[in-house]
Ligand binder design. Structure first.
Ligand code: CP
Length: 308
């Protein structure tokens, strides 16, 4: 396979394992480029990309912008907070106005699940979902699984637990799809109130006890508690969450094996992970961020080659 089947990246659900492998192989090549003294290639010269962010972001937005610039694309950035969205302009009008300026690709983050899918039905540009509400965050799952492959040699056969706020997480759903397509076993672990009721129907194991989950897994991907999405109290206090689900050095040292620790960021230090774990050699959190640029270069490059 040398091309992706569709012109948009809306989620992992509809990607095949072959397409994910193609993205990984392309990212391997771009990672080599990023380690050279001259980190730029002309692959997207004359392509204009708009990064359209209706929600806050540090990693995803910077990572996409860097990836686009490393590929020599022309880049424009839009943030809803300082835009005419505040005057009542609709999503479709906003994006159509951006496209009227001859934009070829749109990278979009939005708080509504399905917003990039809606857009893809109305406009011609390639759309990349940079996170839609609690639904999917496909490039995060690609960089996460790419990082597992890099650290452990292969994703197939690995046991991966996703810990914490599964209910509000787009990272969890995209990771579950990507890990399963690549042949990993997946478990979710967290307080029952933060686990979706029918999550087991996705073919994942469910565990409420963090120690048992860590004893089972090779890799723990620890999610942020998303207080901004929580409309009620799902646990008594952050202190209590940390006591029952926080991962600290003592807990890791009491296991009879070493596991890889991941986090998509931003970290609530002292809640999901203590600093001595987040900053330890077990954690690949900054490797995930580094790999994000190569993965996004690969996605942009491959999608730019699919026009139909
Ligand atoms: N992982 C992630 O999506 O981080 P940002 O919200 O900072 O983009």
């Amino acid at each position: 396979m040398s091309q992706l089947k569709t012109k948009h990246l809306l989620g992992i659900k509809n990607l095949s394992s072959e397409e994910i492998e193609l993205i990984f192989e392309t990212a391997d090549n771009f990672k080599d480029v990023l380690n050279r003294p001259i980190k730029k290639v002309p692959s997207l010269r004359d392509v204009t990309v708009a990064n359209v962010f209706f929600e806050n972001s540090t990693r995803t937005r910077l990572s996409f912008e860097l990836a686009e610039k490393r590929l020599s694309a022309d880049v424009v950035n839009f943030s809803s907070a300082s835009s005419s969205v505040k005057k009542g302009e609709t999503l479709l009008d906003t994006v159509n106005n951006i496209l009227a300026m001859k934009v070829d690709m749109v990278v979009m983050r939005h708080s509504s699940p399905g917003a990039p899918h809606f857009l893809s039905k109305h406009i011609d540009a390639n759309i990349i979902n940079a996170g839609d509400g609690t639904h999917e965050h496909p490039t995060q799952a690609l960089l996460d699984t790419f990082s597992i492959r890099e650290r452990t040699g292969d994703v197939a056969g690995k046991k991966v637990v996703i810990v914490g706020d599964i209910l509000h997480s787009r990272v969890a759903l995209s990771n579950i799809f990507a890990l399963q397509k690549l042949g990993a076993e997946v478990m979710v672990c967290g307080p029952a109130t933060l686990l979706p009721k029918h999550i087991a129907e996705l073919g994942v194991k469910v565990e409420l006890d963090i120690r048992k989950a860590l004893e089972w897994c090779d890799v723990a991907n620890v999610l942020r508690i998303q207080l901004e999405r929580q409309k009620m109290r799902y646990f008594p206090s952050l202190r209590e969450y940390s006591l029952y689900y926080g991962i600290n050095k003592q807990l890791l040292e009491s296991l009879d094996k070493e596991i890889v620790i991941m986090h998509p960021g931003p970290i609530n230090r002292g809640v999901e992970l203590t600093s001595d774990v987040a900053d330890s050699e077990h954690a690949i959190i900054l490797d995930q961020v580094e790999n994000g640029v190569a993965i996004r270069m690969a996605v942009l490059y491959l999608l730019a080659g699919v026009k139909a």
